[in-house]
Design a binder for this molecule. Structure first.
Ligand code: GDU
Length: 603
């Protein structure tokens, strides 16, 4: 096609996780919005699925005469449930949400088309595939209508994330619609499945046959869509060199560009501000720890470190297996060397639960009662003391003991009596639907929060939220209150969780098999000085890697407080590299490249 100049441009960004948090892709898209809006303004529009509950919170329907709304109205007239408005996140971008519930009746016909046109089999696919097919069909109808009406005047670029939004891409390309397309995969389906199930994924990677493996794992539909989108898009991208290697094997195409993940970073004018936040949220975590452990035994919270790991429940891929093994070895080392620092390790993930363990809630409630009683006594003593001191004429010290009335004394005595128990503190905060690899590890290694153990465990099989009665804080605040994030993943295309630590000035462990760890090794040599510890999982066996991690953790524990504060400053200081303001340029390049390939002359 002859390059042609179009006077205006629009960019669509499409994903299943637009206005719908499932995992890390939501973070990519949401945090990138302000930087995208800065460049594109109102010529930028996101498209995602409509779920009434989330939309009720994050979406604001609006009416205007924009071309995005005109297309939405046209589709509505034809019976499609299309919602147009603003996404209520920083940047307030235009957004289209597609309610695909009615479209589910057409899924069989759409599946037939998928087979007929692209030989993608959906036989025995998981239910999510059906939803994705219905959702995708609506995206396709929207984009086709938009392009048919406006592509003479506007250069249209569409950026598709993951297989869940990619079926329209392959259809639009088949029909040679006038649209430039970018496809970003944030992992490969096959990579995620195989890495979670075999021990030597990276060794075997070059020799996998994607079709056979897709069949083996029952993911022919997902892998087929991914493969076709990667083949057909103008520009293929992923989030790291680590995943780019998988793309070559599973998509049979080299990536055109790597788009590293960033965050929307708020820096504080003075460094002590973020340090103060660490202290503030650590005190909140202290309260949880007192409520959780002190019923059984207590220790010096001033000499305690909070470690955590978090993310989706993928025991091997997320490196939970390695983390637990290393902590077992750390515990042994600390006890043997008589180090008196306690480490509390929080494991924050999502696994099917029945409810919060009533015992955990009960001890939390009793501690709250103690706190309230103490505050009431403090207030009473304060008032009485002030009165006694002001009215004192004979220069004697007032008797503090007399200042608390019987009611509060009795209440305090009763609460203290009901406080102490002879059982060990729970390792799991919730009642799980059944035992899992983490609880099995606690049982097998006898790591059960014994008083003599230096490493204690709190497994919280649910994400943290302000409405959660145990922590009552946001995830970001929890991260700030901890001392170290531990994420030595085995399979991790990028890995937001260590980066989320870095931007808050919290040191973190990552691995050289994760996109983030690989990126750090590429951009600087002395990454440990800025608080990024990399476990060499590429070259080390599981046992060697566990030793390396245990060693890194041990060195961190014996570091003195002053050095830890300085390390936090250095960590926070270098985080600017990951600000979307700097990393959006990779996306700009991808969009320009796609337009060029499509045959649009760049202005
Ligand atoms: N999180 C919460 N609350 C919690 C715990 C975690 O909101 O209590 C969030 C974290 O903030 C984080 C997300 O959950 O943003 C988990 O992020 P991951 O990168 O671990 O997520 P996924 O595995 O779901 O993400 C996939 C890849 C990652 C990365 C990401 C974005 O596996 O490696 O590439 O897409 O590209």
């Amino acid at each position: 096609m002859e390059p042609r100049e179009q006077s205006k441009e629009v960019l669509f960004e499409l994903a299943w996780e637009v206005c719908n948090q499932v995992g890390g892709i939501y973070t990519v898209i949401r945090s990138k919005v302000p930087a995208m809006v800065e460049k594109w303004g109102d010529d930028y529009c996101l498209i995602g699925p409509y779920f009434p509950q989330t939309a009720g919170i994050e979406f604001d329907a609006i009416e205007d005469d924009s071309i995005f709304n005109k297309t939405a109205k046209k589709l509505q007239k034809n019976g499609f449930d299309v919602h147009y408005g603003r996404w209520l996140v920083t940047g307030r971008p235009r957004i289209i949400l597609l309610d695909f519930s009615k479209m589910m009746d057409n899924v069989d016909k759409l599946k037939f088309d998928l087979w007929e046109n692209h030989q993608i089999s959906t036989i025995n696919a998981e239910p999510l595939v059906n939803s994705v097919i219905a959702f995708s069909h609506m995206i396709e109808e929207y984009l086709k209508s938009f392009v048919d009406d406006y592509s003479k005047k506007y250069s249209v670029t569409a950026h598709f994330h993951e297989w869940m939004s990619a079926i329209p891409l392959i259809n639009l390309r088949k029909e040679n619609k006038d649209i430039a397309t970018v496809f970003t995969t944030h992992a490969t389906m096959l990579g995620r499945y195989i890495a979670g199930n075999v021990d030597n994924f990276y060794e075997h990677l070059p020799s996998y046959n994607w079709r056979e493996e897709a069949k083996n794992y029952g993911i022919e539909a997902q892998a087929g869509i991914e493969h076709a989108a990667a083949q057909k898009c103008h520009v293929l991208t992923t989030v790291s060199d680590v995943t780019a290697k998988e793309c070559e094997v599973f998509f049979e195409r080299e990536c055109d560009l790597i788009l590293p993940n960033g965050l929307n970073i708020t820096r504080y004018a003075a460094t002590h501000e973020f340090q103060n936040l660490h202290v503030k949220y650590k005190q909140k975590i202290n309260q949880f720890v007192m409520g959780h452990f002190f019923q059984s035994y207590s220790w010096d919270l001033d000499n305690t470190l909070y470690f955590f790991t978090s993310g989706r429940y993928e025991f091997k891929n997320k490196g939970y297996d390695l983390t637990l093994e290393a902590l077992k070895r750390l515990n042994f080392k600390l006890v043997k060397n008589k180090v008196d620092t306690n480490v509390v390790m929080f494991i924050i993930t999502r696994n099917p639960i029945k409810s919060i363990d009533p015992g955990v809630l009960q001890s939390r409630a009793v501690m709250e009662e103690i706190k309230e009683t103490c505050e009431a006594i403090e207030k009473q003593i304060g008032e009485e003391l002030f009165y006694a001191s002001a009215s004192n004429t004979d220069h004697t010290m007032p008797n503090l003991n007399e200042m608390v009335d019987e009611y509060w004394r009795l209440r305090l005595r009763r609460t203290i009596q009901s406080w102490k128990v002879n059982t060990l503190p729970h390792t799991v905060t919730h009642l799980l639907q059944g035992p899992d690899d983490i609880t099995r590890f606690f049982d097998e290694s006898n790591l059960k929060n014994h008083e003599k153990d230096r490493v204690k465990f709190v497994y919280h099989p649910d994400f943290i939220s302000p409405t959660n009665p145990l922590f009552g804080m946001e995830y970001g605040q929890f991260v700030r209150g901890c001392h170290l994030g531990v994420f030595p993943s085995y399979y991790e295309p990028w890995g937001y969780t260590p980066l989320e630590c870095v931007i808050r000035g919290i040191p973190t462990v990552t691995s050289d098999l994760s996109g983030f760890g690989d990126f750090m090794q590429q951009i600087m040599e002395d990454y440990e000085s800025v608080g990024v510890y990399v476990v060499n999982r590429k070259s080390k066996s599981f046992d060697e890697a566990a030793d390396q991690l245990a060693d890194q953790l041990y060195q961190f524990v014996i570091m003195n407080r002053r050095d830890r504060i300085m390390q936090r400053n250095r960590t926070e200081n270098f985080s600017d590299i990951f600000d979307w303001v700097n990393l959006r340029s990779y996306y700009d390049t991808a969009h320009d490249m796609a337009k060029k390939k499509r045959g649009v002359k760049l202005k």
